[in-house]
Ligand binder design. Structure first.
Ligand SMILES: Cc1ncc(COP(=O)(O)O)c(C=O)c1O
Length: 342
């Protein structure tokens, strides 16, 4: 089918002409020598946005998360995260592979847990049988939780619990700007609660490559060393950083359009009774269980109708809305969903 509507992920977004223009005209240098002016500008821009001391441009969100874990923890330590967390489920066992760290999984509400959950999962540091708890990681928005947003009051309480117990606090903010634009919380307030934050430029923000790790100057110095040892030191990376600057200055501001579309489709599928159950839409991700409770056959039917999406297990389907779905495609999507029988 000629007109494919790709709802598999917001990672499928391609750079716009305006973004490419910035990339082609970027000033370049060797970033391993910290001499790429465009990379330096992007890092400063991101750090300032969140009121943090420093930032490091990396190749991917997996890399920024894995670097953060390795810098915060020593081998044999333990981190606390959701059982749905990307760092645990989807990063190729990187926590064990890269950092030798063990994981304490917390169930929570669509991947969101509380300060009490944290306090209940900190090991007694005087008991030599137990790994030392060193780090708490949250993911905002929560991908497997259907783009769920963390309540800033819970974040603040977890941050306090971490401080009182000598734990570091990291946020996998691959889609953090979706959360911030929806909640109205400022990036500066958000940044004040964390020791480190990872943000992605290559998802809903449309950049081709790149993520940023934010933290204190000392933390970022250690992160830079670790990035190098992972083979992540890039040279004239300013071409990519220029796309990142455009993403932060321009694309960040349009994300609520994707959220409105996700809500509209949620309502449509409930109305058509195609959806038996939904994870209520909060941002650009819509996870729903089709009538009959079987995802795999429906994913194939949708594909035959030119709608691409991923199954989430055997029962759920994920739609992700993003900037590369045109208005025309969106109207078409509604018509195709209305016409489908299964
Ligand atoms: C919540 C979350 N964290 C981290 C990542 C990793 O990003 P990357 O694909 O750039 O490694 C993703 C990727 O989709 C993600 O959804």
């Amino acid at each position: 089918m000629a007109n494919i509507i790709d709802l598999r992920s917001d990672t499928v977004t391609k750079p716009s002409e305006a973004m490419k223009e910035r990339m082609f005209t970027a000033e370049l240098g060797d970033d391993v020598f910290q001499e790429d002016p465009t990379v330096n500008e992007l890092q400063q821009l991101a750090a300032d946005l969140f009121g943090m001391e420093a930032a490091l441009f990396c190749s991917s969100g997996t890399q920024t998360n894995q670097i953060a874990i390795g810098v915060h923890c020593n081998p044999g330590d333990e981190l606390i995260c959701s059982n749905m967390a990307h760092i645990y489920v989807y990063e190729g066992g990187g926590i064990a592979l890269n950092s030798g760290v063990s994981v304490r999984l917390v169930p929570g509400d669509r991947g969101r847990f509380t300060a009490d959950d944290v306090l209940n999962n900190i090991n007694n540091k005087h008991d030599i049988h137990l790994p030392l708890t060193r780090l708490v990681c949250i993911e905002d928005t929560m991908n497997k939780g259907g783009g769920a947003i963390w309540d800033i009051r819970d974040i603040s309480k977890i941050s306090n619990a971490c401080k009182q117990n000598g734990l570091a606090f990291h946020c996998d903010g691959a889609r953090l700007f979706n959360a911030l634009i929806e909640s109205g919380v400022s990036a500066k307030e958000y940044g004040s609660y964390f020791d480190s934050i990872s943000i992605c430029l290559s998802k809903g923000l449309g950049a081709p490559v790149g993520s940023l790790l934010l933290g204190s100057k000392a933390f970022i110095e250690r992160a830079r060393r670790r990035r190098k040892s992972l083979g992540g030191g890039m040279r004239q990376a300013g071409m990519l950083a220029a796309a990142g600057i455009y993403a932060l200055q321009v694309e960040r501001l349009r994300l609520s359009e994707d959220h409105q579309r996700a809500k509209e489709i949620e309502q449509l599928l409930l109305h058509l009774k195609h959806a038996q159950e939904v994870m209520p839409v909060e941002t650009n991700i819509f996870i729903w269980k089709p009538k009959g409770g079987k995802s795999l056959p429906l994913v194939e039917i949708l594909k035959a109708n030119g709608i691409l999406c991923f199954p989430f297990g055997n029962e759920w389907i994920r739609f992700v809305f993003h900037r590369d779905i045109t208005n025309e495609q969106f109207q078409d999507l509604k018509k195709r969903l209305e016409a489908i029988t299964f």
